[in-house]
Design a protein around this ligand. Sequence first.
Ligand code: T5A
Length: 214
Amino acid sequence: MSTELRTEPRLVTLEGGEGAGKTTVLAALRAMLEAAGERVVCTREPGGTPLAERIRALLLDTGHEPPAATTELLLMFAARAQHVQATIAPALAGGAWVLSDRFTDASHAYQGAARGGDRGLIHLLEQRVVGITPGLTLLLDVPVEVGLARARGRGGVDRIEAEDAAFFERVRAGYLERAVAEPERFRLVDASRPADEVAAEALARLSAYRGSLA
Ligand code: T5A
């Protein structure tokens, strides 16, 4: 399918499976950009606006019947539509960098590769509802059992974290497939190493990318 997405150079996304360490790395990237005098908006998906955070709560809650696969997909994109319109687009228009903990690649990996959803529909929604793609995506890659141990070690397992290991193997494969397909946008980071080493590589990747924009 041909792409009609607009690349936003200052939109940087972090992706990866459960417990890859995205939240930890995001804080380091923010500190680096702010020290360089940049304005930075940190955000996450699903979420990033009050309404989208309410959709997130619905998606991750185990207290009601599980959503059908298509319901899950459409709720992810409903939250994303709000996120782009209310948070990301205004921040980019104002000259800020936007660092997002997950974005559309997550729907390709989770709802597409892992859940077996309609990939054509996901591409269509990306083009018609989202319309933009990041300039840089850092894919924090970690073996499934390592990431799950980290995520579950924090206690409190949400609805998606409760999926089995085979689901997360498909998530991982889905992300790696996307990284191979778009090597100019993706940077693969081995996130199985200690947190300070992972953060250092992510910082180096962002620094080189920022330098390439100048
Ligand atoms: N989802 C999301 C979809 O299905 N489709 C979509 O389109 C989107 C946008 C989001 C869920 O929604 C799904 C994916 C998710 O299942 P979430 O709670 O935000 O829910 O889930 P995650 O994004 O996976 O968040 P996690 O907190 O689980 O992972 P992080 O942010 O990657 O990991 P982080 O930094 O919080 O670290 C986890 C733990 O590991 C430790 C940290 O201290 C922390 O305790 N840690 C390390 N330990 C050792 N070595 C390292 N290198 C470490 N890095 C972090």
